[in-house]
Design a protein around this ligand. Structure first.
Ligand code: CP
Length: 314
C-alpha cells in the first residue's frame, strides 16, 4: 500500500488524533536515531523556508540523511526531464520523497508513478497537508481540543492552499468557519460546496475589525500570494486588504490565538508579535514535530515503536 500524504481530507478523525499523539511524543523527545539508514529526499520546485527546513530538521533529528534540491534550475528538469522521470530516478535513491510543486495535482501524480511514499509539501494553490498537520497540532495545543471552534480565515482564501487544507481536515470537529476576504480572493465555490456537503457552518464577510473577530478562537491570517496572480494590477489592488494590529485585539477572547502559515508581508503588524494572542512563531516550531510524525507514519513506524524507542538521545 502506498502511504503517501497528498491531502488530509481523506483521513479519519482517529487518524488525525493519532498523528497529533505522535507529534506530542516527538515534541517530548525530538532527537532519536529512529530513521538511521533511511534517506529522505526533499524536492522543492518552488521556494520555501519553513517547510523544507523543518522537514530536513525533522529527518536529521531522527537520524535520517537528506538528499534533494531547493531550486529546480540546478536539476535536469532544465534540460527537459519530465516530472515523471525525475520521480522515477529519485525513487531509486530515497525512502521518502517530500515534494513541493507549483502545479495543482503534481503530488498526486507523483504518488501514482512510484511506490516510495510522497509527502505533498504544497501543490500550487491546492493543498498543503503537512502545514495543516502542524496547524491542527497548534490548535490542539492552544485550545486543548479541536471541537466546536470558531475559526476565522483572513486574506487570500482563493489561492491559499493552507486554508483549503485546514478547512477539509477540520470536517470531523464541528467547526464554524468565518471567511474574511476581498471579493477577488474569496473562498472558491468548490470549498463552500464542500462545507455544505460536510455540514460545516460558514459565514462570509469583507469586514475586518475588532468587533468582527471578537468571537474567534483561532484567527488564521494569510499572505496575499503575488506568485499566484496572472494580473499584477489585481495583486496591487488587493495586497494590503487586511492588516491586523494590536489595538484590534482588545475584545479578543482569552483563549484566542493568531496563526499564520508564514511568511508574512503586510498582514500582521509587528506590534502584534509580543501580544499573548500571537502564536505564529510557535506554530512554525510545531512543524518540526508534526513533520517527524508524518515521516514516521509514511515509513510505517507506529506509536508502539516510538513509545518503546531506545534510540532517544535527549
Ligand atoms: N508555511 C510555509 O509553507 O512556509 P514556506 O513557504 O516558507 O515553506
Amino acid at each position: 500500500m502506498n502511504r503517501s500524504v497528498i491531502t488530509l481530507a481523506n483521513l479519519s478523525k482517529e487518524k488525525i488524533q493519532y498523528l497529533i499523539r505522535l507529534s506530542e511524543e516527538f515534541e517530548r523527545h525530538t532527537n532519536r536515531r529512529l530513521l538511521e539508514g533511511k534517506v529522505v529526499a526533499t524536492l522543492f520546485f518552488e521556494p520555501s523556508t519553513r517547510t523544507r527546513l523543518s522537514f530536513e530538521t525533522a529527518a536529521n533529528r531522527l537520524g535520517a540523511r537528506i538528499i534533494g534540491f531547493t531550486d529546480p534550475k540546478v536539476t535536469s528538469s532544465t534540460k527537459g526531464e519530465t516530472l515523471h522521470d525525475t520521480i522515477k530516478m529519485v525513487s531509486n535513491y530515497a525512502d521518502v520523497i517530500v515534494m513541493r510543486h507549483f502545479l495543482e495535482g503534481a503530488a498526486q501524480y507523483a504518488s501514482e508513478i512510484t511506490d516510495v511514499p510522497i509527502i505533498n509539501a504544497g501543490d500550487g494553490s491546492n493543498q498543503h497537508p503537512s502545514q495543516t498537520m502542524l496547524d491542527l497540532y497548534s490548535i490542539y495545543k492552544t485550545q486543548g481540543h479541536l471541537d466546536n471552534l470558531h475559526i476565522y480565515l483572513v486574506g487570500d482564501l482563493k489561492y491559499g492552499r493552507t486554508v483549503h487544507s485546514l478547512l477539509m481536515a477540520m470536517r470531523h470537529f464541528n467547526p464554524t468557519f468565518h471567511f474574511i476576504a476581498p471579493k477577488e480572493l474569496e473562498m472558491p465555490e468548490e470549498y463552500k460546496i464542500y462545507c455544505e456537503e460536510q455540514n460545516i457552518k460558514y459565514f462570509e464577510t469583507r469586514d475586518f475589525n475588532e468587533d468582527v473577530i471578537a468571537d474567534a478562537d483561532i484567527l488564521y491570517m494569510t499572505r496575499v500570494q503575488r506568485e499566484r496572480f496572472t494580473d499584477l494590477m489585481e495583486y496591487e489592488r488587493v495586497k494590503d486588504s487586511y492588516l491586523l494590529c494590536n489595538q484590534m485585539l482588545r475584545k479578543a477572547k482569552s483563549n484566542m490565538k493568531i496563526l499564520h502559515p508564514l511568511p508574512r508581508l503586510n498582514e500582521i503588524n509587528i506590534d502584534v508579535d509580543s501580544n499573548p494572542h500571537a502564536y505564529y512563531f510557535e506554530q512554525a516550531h510545531n512543524g518540526l514535530f508534526a513533520r517527524q510524525a508524518l515521516i514516521c507514519d509514511v515509513l510505517n513506524i507506529g506509536l508502539d515503536q516510538i513509545l518503546n524507542d531506545n534510540t532517544i538521545i535527549d
